[in-house]
Design a protein around this ligand. Structure first.
Ligand code: UFG
Length: 328
């Protein structure tokens, strides 16, 4: 049985769906602080906090766990700057609790949700995995520190792990069973689509004076189902005896904020007013992955290589979720 921490969250829930489709038995541990019970597609669900060692130990005692996919974490860059203590508690100490429970129960395979935030401002593009890591936020630092912890655990205790550095997760399950659901919403594509739905008056563009072709920030958007498939590949790699590895997950192509808005206008056929605002502190101008290592070694091939179908899946989910009703 595979333990998925944070399996009620955005990327975790999509990965649970993919694991089930591949015939895995899955148990989810999630405290529902930001996840949603409705997104959990496995019948085995435990509500609990990774910061509570007794709750984590109970899961390992109850289920015959053979590997852990660890999504449970706090994920907001600006929040991590304002309140780093919580980020170190959940992302570092919480992860340490999970690793210690694994050690106590002889479980040695671990797939970790890392982030492009470990890199900081890129010195070259696209970004390969051996690019220097100089995270600009406590969030990014917690991800880098866990990667260091994993390398030490691997050396000392015979753990094997895959650390997946996601670029910008986007879209929702193409079959519409689950989707992106954050409260509050902070990510670009769902915010733009909420404007299209009339739930927000306009999108604020954070910075129009970057050294990019149209002055706005450029990101590598990768479909959440492709991310989910990469987790299954990573797990299979470890189960087959593969060594510990770090992989970028992106499509290797960047879209600016203005391009994202334009694609959303085309997909929705609705007006999407924007306002130009100042830069958001801590935002790099451009983040684009070199995903060739994952493609080569995990034989991972993203199915979504264009933003339009990604936005289409997000739009379908959002229309269902809100039923086309404006806010209030
Ligand atoms: N943006 C806007 N207006 C908004 C929201 C976002 O212009 O209202 C811009 C951002 O400035 C950025 C782009 O849209 O240029 C994407 O922003 P998101 O907030 O959607 O995503 P980020 O790139 O900031 O963050 C993502 C993940 C983080 C991860 C980070 C790596 O959500 O978890 O990439 O840098 F840490």
């Amino acid at each position: 049985m595979i333990l998925v921490t944070g399996g009620a969250g955005y990327i975790g829930s999509h990965t649970v769906k993919e694991l089930l489709a591949h015939g895995y038995e899955v148990v989810v541990l999630d405290d529902l602080s930001s996840g949603h019970r409705e997104l959990v597609l496995t019948e085995h669900f435990v509500q609990g906090d990774i910061c509570d060692p007794a709750a984590v130990a109970r899961v390992f005692r109850t289920y015959p766990i053979t590997a852990v996919l660890h999504f449970a974490a706090l994920t907001s860059v600006p929040e991590s700057v304002a309140d780093p203590a919580r980020y170190y508690a959940v992302n570092l100490v919480g992860t340490w609790n999970v690793l210690e429970a694994m050690r106590a129960h002889g479980v040695k395979l671990f797939v970790f949700s890392s982030s492009a935030a470990v890199y900081g401002d890129p010195q070259r593009l696209p970004i390969p995995e051996d690019h220097p890591t100089q995270p600009k936020s406590p969030y990014g630092r917690t991800k880098r520190m866990v990667e260091e912890m994993l390398a030490d655990y691997a050396r000392a205790y015979g753990f094997r792990y895959v650390s997946l550095r996601y670029f910008n997760a986007a879209g929702s399950d193409p079959e519409g069973a689950i989707g992106e659901w954050h409260e509050p919403e902070r990510h670009l594509i769902p915010l733009v689509l909420e404007v299209a739905l009339g739930r927000r008056p306009y999108l604020e563009i954070f910075g129009t004076d970057y050294a990019t072709p149209d002055g706005t920030g450029v990101r590598d958007y990768v479909h959440v189902t492709d991310l989910a498939r990469a987790h299954v590949r990573a797990l299979q790699h470890l189960e087959a005896g593969g060594e510990s590895r770090v992989y970028n997950l992106g499509i290797g192509r960047g879209y600016s904020v203005r391009e994202v808005v334009e694609v959303c206008r085309r997909v929705t056929g609705r007006a999407i007013p924007v306002r130009e605002g100042p830069r958001r502190p801590g935002d790099p101008a451009v983040l684009v992955a070199d995903p060739s290592r994952a493609m080569r070694e995990l034989r991972w091939q993203p199915q979504f290589t264009d933003l339009t179908p990604m936005v289409e899946t997000a739009w379908r989910w959002m229309q269902r979720r809100f039923g086309g009703k404006p806010a209030g």
